[in-house]
Ligand binder design. Structure first.
Ligand SMILES: C[S@@+](CC[C@H](N)C(=O)[O-])C[C@H]1O[C@@H](n2cnc3c(N)ncnc32)[C@H](O)[C@@H]1O
Length: 271
């Protein structure tokens, strides 16, 4: 199963890592950082690098994005398809929107002479209204400064036992998610995608609030909403209302992203 498209020189390797997610459902964001890869030219030159030594079988975080079916995925423009992860026959994760995704989207495929040191695994997680989800996990000990690399043509470890997230874990994951969004926004503000911070759509914030509503108490919901409003003062009157489609884990409409803006006048964009 091809995970991403537009990947150079993929080899076929069957995934071996499974049953390794047990503790963390969200980001170990103190472990790694996004930075430019000297060897990758062009726009897609970022990668994920270890800040510290990371032991083998450490969960790194979740591959987050908009859930699409096959038909919707086929309608994506080429510039978005580079972040398209195929979970199953009719289920895809589109991480092309930097603010509706996670830094796991920056994990690159090994170049010639390199080998992978992490892999994607598939787990069913209950608790936030989401079914099959994809996590990146290290497959060997990694030294500080090394780039995290996953083979894109690996099939994620199949059908691990369902994991049920407690309310406490769900709250903690949401707090981390909010912090992650803030961190991504700072990163974007300093990068080529700076304009994205002005282009956030209200639907993103609605989905965030909807997930929050599924997991936490009234007081905590208010707290998260205030935090979200702080992140995006211009989100205005849309930040507080819930969008139930996210809770049902249904496909959500595509949004304007820096990718399709940047490529809108180029031949690469076939949408
Ligand atoms: C999921 S993205 C990874 C993050 C991307 N490097 C970025 O800066 O946004 C996948 C895309 O990254 C680029 N990429 C990943 N691994 C690569 C490699 N080994 N050599 C060249 N480009 C690579 C390709 O453009 C690929 O389609």
């Amino acid at each position: 199963m091809a995970l991403f498209t537009q990947v150079p020189d993929c080899r076929f390797v069957v995934a071996s890592a499974r049953s390794v997610i047990g503790v963390s459902h969200d980001f170990q964001d103190d472990l790694f950082k996004v930075q430019k890869c000297p060897d990758i030219p062009g726009d897609r030159c970022y990668g994920l690098f270890a800040k510290h030594d990371i032991p083998s079988e450490t969960p790194l975080g979740e591959y987050i994005g908009t859930i699409l079916n096959r038909k919707q995925s086929e309608e994506l423009c080429e510039c978005k398809r580079v972040y398209l992860f195929q979970v199953s026959e009719n289920r895809y994760i589109d991480a092309s929107d930097p603010l509706n995704s996670s830094v796991i989207r920056y994990i690159n495929h090994p170049s010639d002479g390199e080998s992978s040191n992490a892999t994607f695994v598939k787990r069913a997680v209950k608790g936030l209204g989401v079914r099959w989800r994809i996590f990146a996990v290290t497959t060997r000990d990694i030294k500080a400064g090394e780039e995290l690399l996953c083979l894109y043509d690996e099939t994620p470890g199949d059908h691990d036992p369902t994991l049920t997230m407690s309310k406490r874990d769900a709250r903690s994951a949401l707090r981390k998610r909010t912090a992650e969004v803030a961190r991504l926004r700072d990163h974007l503000a300093e990068s080529r995608e700076a304009t994205e911070t002005q282009r956030l759509t209200a639907s993103y914030w609605k989905r965030q609030c909807s997930k929050i509503a599924a997991a936490v108490s009234h007081d905590e919901r208010q707290l998260f909403r205030r935090e979200i409003a702080k992140l995006l003062p211009s989100s205005g009157n849309d930040s507080g209302s819930a969008d139930s489609s996210a809770d049902r884990d249904e496909p959500t409409p595509l949004k304007l992203t820096p990718d399709n803006l940047r490529h809108s006048d180029s031949s690469e964009d076939t949408s």
